[in-house]
Write a protein that binds this ligand. Structure first.
Ligand code: PLP
Length: 432
């Protein structure tokens, strides 16, 4: 029995499914998940001493690579000053300012601890600000595990092929209108019918939790214009794409270029540098509806935790233009290598892109993947053999076809070569 097998058996005695987040259980790809004991640069090491090139990057936070020296040093120094003060600390505004400087229309921020908290608060705030009840979300988008947004959600909900979650009341579910992604007519119809009671549209800035789906040209701007026209808010969820798809998230590739801002944004992952931090931000007029200034309540014992703030500051200070150019280059090289390996096996596929983020979809080249229905129609069964062949060769991919692949600034040519040399056998396994 391997060490990971032993550890997984022990974990199952203590935690449901042996995990603290469902996708880690390898449910859709099968097998025993390797338990990790170390992470450095582009590599993970498991409990049996096997090394993997990591294309999960902690599901996004490891933008600079694991255990980046600047982040480690900042965290060690912060630990030495104290772990948590339960009072305001200087670094909260400093991290806030770094975020504000990169994003259009972020006039105020509130730090929270997880992406779920950020979207949950953004939704409550949108309702409090507008005095309306309904929220529009899109099928296949994942915004964390708050009750109201689990319907037809992506990520683990998609991986486990669930329509939503048990435990969500019918009344809560009825307050969310779920529409097909990239479908302007559906959005217009929803506003035509319910316009005066729609508080907000929430959308992933580019969906990455049904696999990556590129927003059609101008789709986010259309959402901004439509919400504005009807007195509703646009909540752009940049938890995954933020400071990763580009220096200013996916908004940097759309709103910044097209000249519009969201009313509210949510951030997470990258801004915590690997520690639990997230944030919501946006127009001052809306954000000031939060307590203590306004009537919308929100709070958190560990919000703005000083160690997490130090990690986030070090991450964003080191996320330079060169880092983003490098990520774009390495990500494109990897995409080309995947296409070559798949083509060599005659494997029909499409590469789905959002800035430096991407994922693969099987059997989709004719029409591409524009929404969740397209993503669900793909030949998903090809992913498990592909995944396991890569894993055997020492490449750690997301254990679900519905997740994005993450490269980091530490994925140098040597790391890429390891991935590229594993691809032919994996493509063969997928094609079988
Ligand atoms: N929003 C998006 C787009 C996400 O991808 C995620 C997590 O993957 C979340 C929100 C929730 O973040 P967290 O897992 O930190 O609660």
């Amino acid at each position: 029995m391997s060490n990971s097998e032993k550890l997984f058996a022990e974990a199952r005695e203590v935690m449901p499914g042996g995990v603290n987040s469902p996708v880690r259980a390898f449910g859709s790809v099968g097998g025993i998940p390797p338990f990790m004991v170390g992470a450095k640069g582009a590599y993970l090491t498991d409990a049996d001493g096997k090394e993997y090139v990591d294309l999960v990057c902690s599901w996004g936070p490891a933008l600079l690579g694991h255990s980046h020296p600047a982040i480690q040093a900042a965290v060690h120094a912060a630990v030495d000053r104290g772990l948590s003060f339960g009072a305001s600390t200087p670094d909260e505004a400093k991290l806030g300012q770094l975020i504000k400087n990169r994003m259009g229309g972020v006039e105020r921020l509130r730090m929270v601890s997880t992406g779920t908290e950020a979207t949950m608060t953004a939704v409550r705030l949108a309702r409090g600000f507008t005095g309306r009840e309904l929220i529009i979300k899109f099928s296949g988008c994942y915004h964390g595990h708050l009750d109201g947004l689990l319907a037809d959600a992506g990520s683990g909900v998609a991986t486990l092929a669930l329509p939503g979650s048990a435990g969500v009341t019918a009344a809560t579910a009825a307050e969310t209108l779920v529409l097909p992604y990239n479908d302007r007519a559906a959005v217009q119809a929803a506003f035509a019918e319910h316009g005066s009671n729609i508080a907000a549209v929430i959308t992933e800035s580019a969906p990455c939790n049904m696999g990556v789906v590129t927003p059609e040209e101008g789709f986010n701007k259309f959402l901004k214009d439509t919400t504005a026209q009807h007195g509703a808010l646009l909540i752009l969820d940049e938890v995954l794409t933020g400071f990763r798809a580009s220096d200013a998230g996916y908004w940097g590739l759309t709103g910044r270029v097209e000249g519009w801002n969201a009313d509210l944004y949510t951030f997470g992952k990258v801004i915590g540098g690997g520690l639990p931090t997230a944030a919501l931000g946006g127009r001052a007029e809306v954000m000031d509806y939060l307590a203590p200034l306004g009537p919308v309540y929100q709070a958190g014992t560990l919000s703005g935790n000083p160690v997490a703030m130090a990690a986030g500051i070090a991450q964003l200070e080191n996320a330079t233009d060169e880092v983003y150019s490098f990520l774009a280059k390495q990500s494109a090289a990897l995409q080309d290598a995947i296409t070559s390996a798949f083509n060599a096996e005659g494997l029909d596929h499409s590469i789905q892109r959002a800035g430096t983020l991407f994922s693969v979809a099987f059997g989709t080249s004719a029409n591409g993947v524009h929404n969740y229905a397209d993503a669900q129609k793909q030949e998903a069964f090809r992913y498990a053999p592909f995944f396991h062949s890569m894993l055997d060769s020492g490449v750690y991919l997301p254990p679900s076809v519905f997740e994005a692949w993450f490269v980091s600034a530490a994925h140098d040519d040597a790391a890429l070569d390891r991935i590229i040399s594993a691809l032919p056998a994996a493509a063969k396994a997928a094609a079988a």
